[in-house]
Design a protein around this ligand. Sequence first.
Ligand code: ZN
Length: 375
Amino acid sequence: MKLSTRLDRRLDRRAKHAPISFLRPFATLMLIFVSAHAFSHGNAAPTTKSDRSIDFPDVEGYQTLVVDLHTHSVFSDGHVWPKIRVEEALRDGLDGLAITEHLEYQPHRADIIHPDRNRAFEDASASAKDSDILIIPGAEITRDAPAGHMNAVFINDANKLLNDDNAPEDQADVLAYYAATKEWPAQSAVDAAHAQGAFVFWNHPYWSRQQPDGLARMNDFHRKNAKAGKLHGIEIANGQNYSEEAHAIALKHDLAFIGVSDVHDLIDWDHPPAEGEHRPVNLVFSRDRSLEGIKEALFAKRTVVWFRNLLIGREDSLMPLLAASISVGSATYREGTQVLEVDIQNHSDATLKLQNRRRLLSWTQPMSSACLHTA
Ligand code: ZN
C-alpha cells in the first residue's frame, strides 16, 4: 500500500507537468490497473463513492451482474449460517451468490445433521426470498491433487455429486469421512455434475497445500475435462490471492476467468469495507437478470474478475466495460489557448488510470467526474 501511494504521488506530479495532446484509456493486453490510493486511510476525494455496494455499469447489449460463486457456511467448513452469507451479499450489492459446501469435508457433521447436501442452498434461498438476489445452487467437489477442489454451480441435486456408501459410522471422525468419500473417483463427481448441466471450475489451482511452490500448472485430469467440455472455468483470484499462472491457463485452455471470495468467516473480516476493501467477485455480462442469464454468460466466458481494485478479463469483455464506465462530458479549448479542458466521468467502482501516449495523465475516482487539462 505504501509503495502504491508513493507511486501515485510521483505520477500525480508528472501528470501536472506533462503536456498532453489527446486522451485514451490505458489498457495493458489483459489488465486494467486501478489505484487503491483513493480508498486508503480515509483520504479519498469527496467525490469518491462511499458505500460498500459493488457497482459497475451495464455494457452494450448486456446487464453487468455481480456474483460470488464460491462461499461456505456451517454446512461444511464455514462458520456462519447461510442466512448471514445472504445478508453479507446484500450489503455488498451482489446480484448472485453461490454457497458451495465441501461435499466430502464436513467438520461440523457431529453437531449439524447434514444428510441432504442441498440444505445450504435451500436455507439461503429461503433467506433471500424477500430480496432480489439470485441464489445459485452449487457445491465443492473436494479431492487431493491432481483434481484438487472444483466447484459445480447450476446443479440440480448436490447429493448426486457425492458417494458416501463406504463412510464410517462414527459421525465425529471427520478425517475418516473425508478419506472414505474422496475415494469415489473425482471423474465420477465431475461426470455427475456434467450430467446436470453444471458449470464447473477449478478452484485455487495454485493452493500451496496441494501445489507446494504455489504455481498453478495444468495437469492431465483438468486438461482432459477441459477438452471434453466438462471443465469450464478456473479461479484466477480467490480471497487474497491472484495467480498469473492460472490466468495463463485460462487463456491457453479457453476457460472462463473466475474470481471469488471463498469466504469461511465473516466477509468484513476478510475484506474490511471500512478500509476500502471489497471481496473478489465476478462481473458477468448477462442477457437479463436471471439465473439462466448468468449461467449462459458464464458458459460464454463473458466475465471480468474484480479483485483488489483490479479488473482482470479478456479484452473483448474488458473494453465494453471500460467504454460504459467512462464518458466525456465536454471537451473545449480555453479561449485563446491550445489548452483543451476535458470533463471525464467515471460511472464504475474502479479508480481508472488514464494514460496519454504512454505517459500517465490522471485517474478518475469511482462514480465521479474529473476535469483534465490537455494541451
Ligand atoms: Zn471452498
